[in-house]
Ligand binder design. Structure first.
Ligand code: ADP
Length: 492
């Protein structure tokens, strides 16, 4: 029965009963007025009419109370049930179904509700299984990678990790998945080293930051399966469009380890090959220079003009060869980790004088004027391997001369900053270096494209390595067409 019928029926019954009550009252009134009030017949009729009025009156009250109690409940109860059902759906209980009795309107509502709940349940089941399938697919891909890979959220909890990473870290999947990497790192050195980069400590000193940067650059050495392996660590931030769909929000990190053991082995084979060859070449080239010196000795016999030119050319080329051999040997020393510093107290001016002396002939050849800038006040002494630092300064001065135009001028100097750092610099007014190459010029064998002056592309990279070995730095400040300044910094 629908609500409308219910209401009509209830009101109809009530009205009919009231009509009946009124009719009986009228009959009663007629009896009272039409007959002799004191006659026995009138008394009986009155009695009967009163009884019927009472019965109909009580029935009227009962029906009224019944309607008053039942009618609102019969409307509000299904509404309550529908509200409860909606709440269940909102709480993701898609199995909830409604049964609202035989109320026609509510039957329709409950049918629609149940259809909706079923569809939601089906959709949920299908998306859940889709998600599960996608997760499985991703896990298979990650596991099939030969390189170790670890995924972390912003709180550094491990979200995923492949078998390679588990084997390198010597951990079990169940021990670490969804667990805090920082906690696991307390008992796993390797993981600690890996996540160190991601953990920022507020009180971190500059030295600690530098140490981190150095570690990041150097490959990770791992002993596993009784052999040494080298890995290059790559950190990637995972971002996703935020709630507004525009800005990217950080979701976590992925740590990838690339096994570079093979390259490392090849590289060290190359380094030892270059080292051996350079050593082998050094002796004959030195012998050529010695013989040349004897040949130029007038006591043995004078050379004619042409022979002198030839001897000069042989000398120049042999000296270049010797300097390249020297550079290669320096490079192999750095690469093989065999660089040993022999520091001693050195005055910066001594290094400057050495570099000028070593470059005098070249400077005279191109008519380059070398100017020295040195503070009159006291400048701090350095505790460095003077041979290596002198080599760097000589190389920078040689570059400044070689890359300047003839008749140019070059400045070599030293200064002390307010923080006490000693800086040595070489400035030229040559063609300068395009900013695009300011980083690459410090790479092995790199030469700015189009450079005509002969060279090996090794000097600056070795110079930077030597400076870093001293915990110092080498930087460039250069503008095309205006010249370059190379600055060596010795941190105090
Ligand atoms: P090399 O000079 O033997 O080529 P370097 O490592 O010393 O090797 O220098 C790398 C490159 O940087 C050079 O080839 C040159 O192109 C550029 N360069 C270095 N110093 C200067 C300078 N003072 N002015 C202009 N270019 C320079």
């Amino acid at each position: 029965m629908n609500i409308k019928t219910k209401l009509t029926l209830a009101i109809g019954i009530l009205v009919a009963m009231i009509v009946l009550l009124v009719m009986l009252s009228v009959v009663n009134l007629q009896i009272l007025t039409a007959t002799e009030p004191n006659s026995p017949a009138a008394d009986l009729g009155l009695q009967r009419a009163l009884l019927w009025i009472s019965i109909v009156g009580v029935a009227c009250i009962c029906t009224g109370v019944g309607i008053w109690v039942r009618l609102p409940a019969s409307i509000s109860n299904p509404i309550k049930e529908i509200t409860g059902g909606i709440q269940e759906i909102a709480n993701h209980n898609y199995e909830k179904r409604l049964d609202l009795g035989n109320n026609q309107e509510f039957i329709e509502v409950s049918k629609n509700f149940n259809r909706m709940a079923k569809r939601l349940a089906d959709y949920h089941a299908s998306t859940l299984s889709d998600m599960k399938a996608a997760k499985k697919y991703m896990e298979t891909i990650i596991n099939s990678l030969n390189e170790p890979i670890i995924g972390l959220n912003n709180e550094l909890e491990i979200l995923f990790i492949n078998d390679e990473a588990l084997s390198v870290l010597n951990l079990k999947r169940t021990e670490i998945i969804q667990k805090s990497a920082e906690e696991i790192a307390l008992r796993n050195d390797l993981l600690r080293r890996l996540i160190r980069e991601l953990v920022s400590h507020p009180g971190e000193t500059a030295t600690e930051s530098k140490e981190k940067a150095r570690e990041k650059k150097e490959p990770l050495k791992i002993y596993a399966d009784n052999k040494e392996s080298f890995f290059q660590v790559k950190y990637m931030g995972i971002t996703q469009p935020g709630k507004n769909g525009v800005t990217l929000e950080k979701q976590g990190y992925v740590i990838m380890l690339r096994n570079i053991t093979e390259f490392k082995e090849l590289d060290s084979a190359k380094t030892s090959f270059i080292s051996t060859i350079s050593h082998e070449l050094k002796t004959p080239v030195s012998a050529i220079l010695m013989s040349l010196q004897l040949l130029e000795d007038k006591r043995i016999g004078a050379l004619n003009g042409e022979q002198e030119d030839l001897a000069d050319s042989i000398k120049e080329n042999s000296e270049r060869l010797l300097s390249i051999i020297g550079e290669l040997l320096n490079m192999t020393q750095v690469e093989s980790g065999k660089l040993q510093l022999k520091p001693k107290i050195t005055k910066p001016i001594e290094l400057i004088e050495y570099a000028i002396k070593a470059n005098r002939v070249q400077a005279e050849k191109f008519n380059i004027q070398i100017e020295v800038e040195y503070p009159e006040d006291k400048i701090g002494k350095l505790f460095v391997d003077s041979e290596k630092v002198a080599w760097v300064l000589t190389n920078l001065l040689s570059n400044a001369i070689r890359y300047s135009s003839e008749n140019g001028r070059v400045i070599i100097g030293a200064r002390q900053t307010d923080t006490g750092t000693v800086e040595m610099y070489v400035q030229d007014f040559g063609k300068g270096i395009d900013p695009r190459y300011h980083k690459s010029i410090f790479d092995h064998y790199f030469r700015v494209p189009g450079t005509k002056v002969q060279g090996s592309g090794l000097g600056l990279s070795i110079s930077r390595d030597f400076m870093e070995a001293h915990n110092g730095s080498l930087t460039v400040d250069s503008e095309l067409g205006k010249g370059s300044t190379f600055i060596m910094r010795f941190n105090s």
